[in-house]
Design a protein around this ligand. Structure first.
Ligand code: F6P
Length: 321
């Protein structure tokens, strides 16, 4: 008897979703499952807009940004009767499990569908990096690279004109995108939900930098934090620094995924297929264990501590066979 497993992408698209679909389809086929692609996220699931997925469908997906299955932000799924109807339909179709790629909203949806008796697995996918249960979400590292690249370009013109720039990133209510990109690009100030000084404190910092003879100044800030235009206008007025605001926008969501996200996608996709195969309990996949440690130079001791990324890549390679 066919063992049908669905995969969908929901909420904001994230780089790496396509490779994850690829990995899921290939692993599912290897395990004898029947993978079904659902168009346009939860909306497509409720409307049962699907297609069977074969190996040919996966060709060329690794490098593509966005999601080839399409995605949507679907409010309808908040309605319990809609979810119930959807689950009943899935049961009638003989669907065993649904794998969802998405952020925290999708995680809630996966939990609700599980309560209706459909096994669900969430693969954390969001440039915001705000999905509980995982230190990193699919697409986050690519977005950080995209933002850093954009800031590097802004820095060229900022330094040429001796200006103050504030660059606003996406991230919804999560500080990570601004934080990682700000640190990576050597920003003078990174303003996030987790670190929001008063205007006077910001001004004091900017003035202090100017007094050191610094000719330009870079502030990186999260969205939904404060009025960026007002901030730079006030700083311009109070420091005499000519200022500009750059809101990066949707460019941060697009683009070919970074190798790091592709590997993560590969690991998550194959793992989800295995969970479906073994009929494991519903849940949210995740990556954990980031911390700085000090290892003694003792060779025997240190040899056993393989770099984590190596482990991840080895696992990805094994599961892609
Ligand atoms: O969740 C991803 C994200 O890109 C957020 O960073 C941003 O606030 C939001 O989506 C933008 O959503 P939309 O594409 O619907 O305007």
């Amino acid at each position: 008897m066919e063992r049908k497993v669905c995969i969908l992408t929901s909420g904001g698209d994230a780089p790496g979703m396509n490779q994850c679909i690829m990995a899921f389809v290939r692993a599912s086929l290897r395990l004898g499952l029947t993978p079904i692609g659902v168009y346009d996220g939860l909306k497509g699931l409720c409307e049962w807009r699907t297609r069977p997925l074969d190996r040919e469908f996966t060709l060329g997906l690794a490098r593509r940004g966005g999601t080839v299955l399409g995605t949507a932000r679907y409010e309808g799924f908040l309605d319990a009767s809609v979810r119930h109807r959807c689950a009943e339909h899935l049961k009638a179709e003989g669907v065993e499990a649904v794998v969802m790629l998405g952020g925290d909203g999708t995680q809630q949806a996966a939990r609700e569908l599980d309560k209706e008796g459909i096994r669900t697995y969430l693969i954390p996918s969001s440039i915001d990096n705000d999905v509980p249960g995982s230190e990193f979400s699919l697409g986050f590292f690519t977005a950080v690279s995209t933002v850093v690249e954009a800031i590097d370009r802004i820095r060229d013109t900022m330094e040429s004109h001796n200006r103050l720039f504030a660059v606003q990133t996406m991230g919804r209510n999560c500080p990570d995108l601004a934080l990682y990109a700000g640190v990576a690009s050597g920003a003078d100030l990174v303003l996030t939900q987790a670190n929001l000084p008063t205007y006077e404190e910001i001004l004091a910092r900017v003035k202090a930098l100017k007094e050191t003879g610094q000719r330009s100044c870079l502030i990186v800030m999260s969205e939904h934090l404060l009025d960026g235009q007002r901030l730079i206008s006030n700083l311009s007025r109070d420091t005499g620094w000519e200022s500009r605001l750059d809101i990066l926008g949707h460019t941060q969501r697009g683009g070919s995924p970074s190798p790091q996200d592709r590997i993560l996608a590969q690991v998550f996709g194959a793992e989800a297929a295995e969970r479906c195969y073994h009929r494991e309990a519903s849940g949210s996949l995740g990556i954990r264990a980031e911390s700085v440690v000090n290892s003694p130079f003792d060779v025997d001791n240190i040899r056993g501590l393989a770099p984590r990324s190596t482990k991840l890549v080895l696992e990805a390679e094994r599961k892609a066979r």
